[in-house]
Design a protein around this ligand. Structure first.
Ligand code: GUN
Length: 287
């Protein structure tokens, strides 16, 4: 049996089209500011893709590209100015930041209401407590994919490989909130296959090609590959060996064309959500 392939590109396109129509009804467009520091080639591609998708959806996009040597103080000042700017509803600082930055301090300086990455402690805490505000884009995109494919979650065993703040940890909380039994593995977990083979839903987000082979996948499992690795020959590959895993899984995401496009769609959705929250707050204050 060969798995059905989850077409993240198609699902994301549908979401982006729905957002575009929604934004047309806005009197002023939502505004998204993206700060990128330095010359990381992968980051530059991600930021360009985010900008292109924003513009297509009708979001006012502002990219602030700063040189490697820029001081943390200057970046913090820029963020404070964006926090005060009523035309900007979402602020994103592309990671990784250069080594001389305290990334946590930079992320914490973004107003939680404009934190479209969902990385601020207020948004992380709200997610943890089951009353989410703006949610991290990649795991939120995975949840949307599972919903779109009608994957049952309640009572299922979800195994997450990778415990990052960006993907693994929020992914665990989101699946737990939907009633899954959740196991979180990390790069130090011995005999990884013992855990992955027990997964009804397997989410892999480590950044190591071929970490999960087909013999580590339970028959009929749903496999979500968040990995995005550039191979020596220039090709993109996930963390899961697609060819062997698809013979075992019932549903599987490809790389590229799986989770990646969903992350961008969720960023746009968070920006619209942030703008709508401002509008709702404004109309309450004038009543
Ligand atoms: N770098 C890799 N993934 C992400 C992400 O989701 N958000 C930001 N800001 N930077 C990233």
């Amino acid at each position: 049996m060969s798995a059905k392939i989850i077409d993240g590109k198609h699902i994301a396109q549908q979401m982006r089209e729905a957002l575009r129509r929604k934004i047309q009804a806005f009197s002023t467009p939502p505004g998204l500011a993206v700060i990128i520091v330095g010359e990381n080639p992968a980051s530059k591609v991600y930021v360009r893709n985010k900008e292109k998708a924003s513009i297509e959806a009708g979001i006012r996009s502002e990219v602030i590209a700063l040189p490697d040597q820029v001081s943390q103080e200057e970046v913090l000042e820029r963020i404070h100015a964006l926090n005060r700017d009523p035309a900007i509803h979402g602020i994103l600082v592309q990671l990784p930041l250069p080594a001389h930055f305290d990334a946590r301090r930079v992320l914490d300086s973004i107003s939680p209401e404009k934190d479209v990455d969902g990385f601020h402690p207020c948004n992380v805490g709200a997610l943890f407590l089951g009353n989410p505000g703006l949610q991290p884009c990649t795991p939120h995109g995975v949840m949307k994919m599972l919903e779109y494919e009608n994957v049952p979650i309640r009572g299922r065993h979800a195994v997450i490989v990778g415990a990052s703040n960006i993907v693994g940890k929020p992914m665990a909380v989101m699946l737990l909130a939907k009633g899954a039994t959740v196991t979180i593995c990390n790069s130090k977990t011995p005999d990884l296959g013992r855990h992955t083979r027990d997964a009804d839903i397997l989410v892999v987000a480590v950044g190591r090609p071929n970490l999960v082979m087909g013999d580590m996948v339970k028959a009929g499992a749903v496999v979500i590959d968040v990995g995005m690795n550039r191979l020596e020959d220039g090709r993109l590959a996930g963390d899961v060996d697609f060819e062997s895993a698809k013979l075992k899984a019932s549903l599987i995401t490809p790389v590229p064309g799986g989770v990646g496009p969903m992350t961008i769609a969720m960023l746009l959705e968070n920006t619209v959500e942030a703008a709508e929250r401002v509008r709702r707050k404004g109309s309450k204050e004038t009543v």
